[in-house]
Structures are given as structure tokens and as C-alpha cells.
Design a protein around this ligand. Structure first.
Ligand SMILES: C[S@@+](CC[C@H](N)C(=O)[O-])C[C@H]1O[C@@H](n2cnc3c(N)ncnc32)[C@H](O)[C@@H]1O
Length: 254
């Protein structure tokens, strides 16, 4: 399981870090505010990718830990946040003892877990009673310019776009947390712009990981679909949205 994820995400880890590493920043700020992370907070970021949130935690004086199944992602994250405890592994099997963290986060990652409920159970286990979990995921397709491009590509290939899953819909993340035994304390929507300075970068970002022959075949479709997002300078600005929910692991009964 981990090896399969490793080949896929490790192969694109460097371009991910370059073009998408900061993408989640608006939602990272919202989660920091909503959870009150500060000096001494013990925080685990599940599916930490290239480690931008871990680096942010370091600047706040928090004790950061991260986990990701992609070995190359972990290498980049360790370089980005040298003080953090970054491990190779999956959300479904977290290698930390019970109640190790005050806050556990997952940005744009939980949808990749093979079993979302197993992952959530593990996040619950490693969160201290009274601690918080924050889950952030893409909102429904209609809110995302990136999904407009994805829909055009699917149509060109004679496919339907992937329908919105539960995590994307309003209330979906909060419901998942409630079902997982947490008390939801806040939830909302965050605007998530992504910018590419030119067409070449747009294609590198949108078609990350695709073979060269597929890129040359699909590039015209992507560029046509992205035309309405092109700015006067020739850059592209895609506005998207993430949904988040923050929830508390109930304190142990007295
Ligand atoms: C879209 S990236 C997001 C990375 C980072 N959280 C961010 O917001 O920039 C998804 C990440 O989830 C990781 N991932 C895939 N399967 C996973 C699993 N089962 N458990 C935890 N992380 C997983 C990938 O390796 C990848 O780094």
C-alpha cells in the first residue's frame, strides 16, 4: 500500500513542492487560528507532503511532527522543517503512541487514504483527550476553477468528471468527524487561489505526473479551458475553495 503511494507521489514530489507547496496556505492560516496552535503545541500533520505546514509550525514555536507515505515528500519535508519529526507512513497506521498530540491536521490528504474511517480512528487515537483535529479538503467541483479544466479534459476524452465525494460537500467533513467520535467546534469554506505565471507553468502544474505524449495531446484542451482564467499579463489565476472542519476529541470522562 505504502509502496504504491510512494511511486505516485514521490515521482511528482519535487514539482508539487515547487508549484503547489504553498497552495494550502490560506487554509493553514485558518486552521492555526481555529486551533490556537502556539509555542509548545504538539502538532501532527497527516499527509504532510513537502512540509510547508511543518515549517510554519516551527515559526510558531510548536513541536511539529508529520507523516507521508511518499519517501521523496518526506525528504523534502525534512529539509523544509529540520526540527520536525517527519516519518514515512500512512494515515491508517500512525506510528505514535495514544494521546501524543494536542492538534492533528490533514490538508488535502485524507481523500487518499485507502480507508477514511481507519485513518480517522488513528487520528482520534493519537489526539490527546480535549485536543483538536482539523481536516481540510477540496470543496465541491462547481467552486473550483481547477475542476472546470478537469471537466474539459474529461469531456475531450469522452469521460464524465469524477462526481463530488462526501468530503467535498457542505457538511461532509464535519459529519465525518462527528461520526468518528469528535465534537465539531467550527467549519467553513476558504478561498484558495492558485497562480501560474505562464502557460508552460500552468501545464506543468495541471498535468503534473502525466506522460509526455498525454501532455502534448491534452495541452490544447487545458489551455482552451483555462483561457477565461488568463490575466492581462499572460499569467493564469484559478480560484478554488477548500472546506474545513475543526473538532475536539472529548475529554476523558471523570
Ligand atoms: C495533495 S498532497 C497534499 C500535501 C500537503 N498536505 C499539502 O497540503 O500541501 C497529498 C499528500 O497525501 C499523501 N498521501 C497519500 N496517501 C496517503 C495516506 N494513505 N496517508 C497519508 N498521506 C497520504 C501524498 O503522498 C501527498 O503527499
Amino acid at each position: 500500500m505504502i509502496d504504491a503511494e510512494d511511486s505516485e507521489w514521490s515521482a511528482i514530489a519535487d514539482v508539487w513542492a515547487e508549484l503547489w507547496g504553498s497552495f494550502a496556505d490560506p487554509s493553514r492560516g485558518v486552521v492555526i487560528d481555529a486551533t490556537g496552535i502556539g509555542p509548545g503545541s504538539r502538532v501532527l500533520d497527516v499527509g504532510c507532503g513537502s512540509g510547508e505546514f511543518l515549517a510554519m509550525l516551527g515559526t510558531l514555536g510548536a513541536e511539529a511532527a508529520g507523516i507521508d507515505p511518499a519517501r521523496r515528500m518526506v525528504e523534502i519535508a525534512r529539509a523544509a522543517a529540520p526540527a520536525a519529526d517527519v516519518r514515512v507512513g500512512a494515515a491508517e497506521e500512525l506510528p505514535w503512541p495514544d494521546a501524543s498530540f494536542d492538534v492533528v491536521t490533514a490538508f488535502n490528504a485524507l481523500q487518499f487514504a485507502e480507508d477514511t474511517l481507519d485513518a480517522l480512528a488513528e487520528m482520534h487515537r493519537v489526539t490527546a483527550p480535549g485536543g483538536l483535529v482539523a481536516i481540510v479538503n477540496w470543496a465541491e467541483r462547481d467552486r473550483n476553477d481547477l475542476d472546470a479544466i478537469d471537466t474539459a479534459v474529461a469531456a475531450a476524452e469522452g469521460d464524465e468528471p469524477t462526481p463530488d465525494g462526501e468530503l467535498r460537500r457542505e457538511g461532509g467533513v464535519a459529519q465525518l468527524l462527528a461520526d468518528g467520535g469528535f465534537e465539531v467546534v467550527s467549519a467553513g469554506l476558504v478561498e484558495m487561489p492558485w497562480e501560474a505565471p505562464d502557460a508552460k507553468t500552468l501545464l506543468r502544474g495541471v498535468l503534473m505526473g502525466e506522460d509526455a505524449d498525454i501532455v502534448s495531446e491534452i495541452a490544447p484542451v487545458v489551455l482552451a479551458a483555462a483561457e477565461s482564467f488568463r490575466t492581462e499579463t499572460g499569467a493564469y489565476r484559478l480560484v478554488n475553495a477548500f472546506r474545513y472542519a475543526v473538532a475536539r476529541r472529548p475529554a476523558a470522562a471523570r
